[in-house]
Design a protein around this ligand. Structure first.
Ligand SMILES: CSC[C@H]1O[C@H](OP(=O)(O)O)[C@H](O)[C@@H]1O
Length: 350
């Protein structure tokens, strides 16, 4: 399995996704500040992966603390959580991951649990969340497989694969699940400028799995849809509002409109913790604005004139009306999404 990230006694080891596909190198984060830097710099990226990374960041911060009293540790935990929460604003999974560990810490600290026991418990939780993410992706794959064409081409945008999760993938997990169920699928991977998650990451991980893959420039899918070359679209998500509006990598919204126009099903695959019931509508989702240099430069080479204006929103929001279904580890959600999401939330995990 692709080692997106791994908890080790020395620290959290990350596959450096900024170096792929040409170099497979790793970054070992030995404290919470280094975990925050790894997330901010997109050495690790992808909503579920940064959720578990942030959880491990809180865990390593507590585990490495030299505080000898709960009040002192309380103060440190507040700083740790604040530091990690400032890294990236859109993926709700990041805040979910931080809260999972923070809430366990607060529960144990309130009972004056010995600090060494607290440390062991939060480290164990970080590792459990890692395992649960992989299991969730495999369940998503099982739930979504039948929605994929028996034989055909599926377009994806950005990378919602093993590299965006702790392994197996969300959107690519559904593609893997379909192939394991006997479907014959060819993947069209949008390059996904400016960070090129599709060209660099999706292509790399699918080729490692011998899944037939073709990289497209971001301006090609309309033409290919019009020629009947695409039978389905599947993408990941960074935050799904309570009404089903979905924030995902910039460009996803446009692809959803093209799919609607051509009568092609458009699926979102995401673990249920990507659904943010506290965010009512897509307009309320914060959109990360990233450094202009991601647009002006490629491989360190400037491509635009000095001083030209640059926009670099990292995400956009696909209105629920353009989404055919949302595939989660708990099952498949369909419109009306506000009702189906509420029902799935009330049903819980059993
Ligand atoms: C499995 S969802 C991954 C999701 O996150 C990506 O964003 P980024 O690469 O900036 O972290 C993209 O939106 C993917 O769909």
């Amino acid at each position: 399995m692709i080692p997106t990230l791994e908890w080790t006694p020395e620290g959290v080891n990350f596959l450096d996704q900024t170096k792929l596909p040409l170099e497979e190198t790793y970054v070992l984060a030995t404290d919470y500040k280094q975990v925050a830097t790894v997330i901010r710099d997109m050495i690790v990226r992808g909503a579920p992966a940064i959720g578990v990374s942030a959880a491990m960041g809180v865990a390593i911060g507590i585990d490495r603390s030299t505080a000898t009293t709960i009040p002192a540790l309380n103060e440190e935990v507040a700083v740790i959580c604040e530091t990690l929460a400032k890294t990236r604003p859109t993926a709700v999974n990041l805040f979910w991951g931080i809260a999972q560990v923070r809430d366990l810490y607060n529960e144990l600290a309130a009972k004056n649990t010995p600090i060494r026991e607290i440390k062991a418990a939060v480290v164990a939780l970080g590792q459990r969340l890692y395992d649960e993410d992989i299991a969730a992706c495999k369940r998503m794959g099982a739930h979504g497989a039948s929605l994929m064409p028996k034989e055909g081409t599926v377009l994806t945008h950005c990378n919602a694969g093993a590299l965006a999760t702790c392994g197996y993938g969300s959107a690519l997990g559904v593609i893997r699940g379909a192939i394991e169920a006997g479907h014959k699928i060819h993947v069209f991977a949008d390059e996904t400028r400016p960070f090129l998650q599709g060209a660099r990451l999706t292509a790399w991980e699918l080729m490692k799995d011998n899944i037939p893959t073709t990289v497209l420039c971001d301006n090609m899918s309309a033409h290919l849809m019009s020629k009947g070359r695409i039978q389905a679209v599947i993408v990941g998500a960074d935050r799904i509002a309570a009404n089903g509006d979905t924030a995902n990598k910039i460009g996803t919204y446009g692809v959803s409109i093209l799919a609607k126009e051509h009568g092609i099903p458009f699926y979102v695959a995401a673990p249920f913790n990507t659904i943010d019931l506290a965010t009512a509508h897509g307009n309320d989702i914060p959109i990360e604005q990233r450094d202009a240099r991601e647009v002006t430069h490629s491989n360190g080479k400037q491509m635009t004139p000095d001083g030209v204006g640059i926009e670099n929103p990292a995400f956009d929001v696909t209105p629920a009306k353009y989404i055919t279904a949302i595939i989660t580890e708990r099952g498949v959600l369909r419109a009306p999404f506000d009702e189906s999401i509420k029902a799935m939330a009330q049903k819980g995990t059993n």
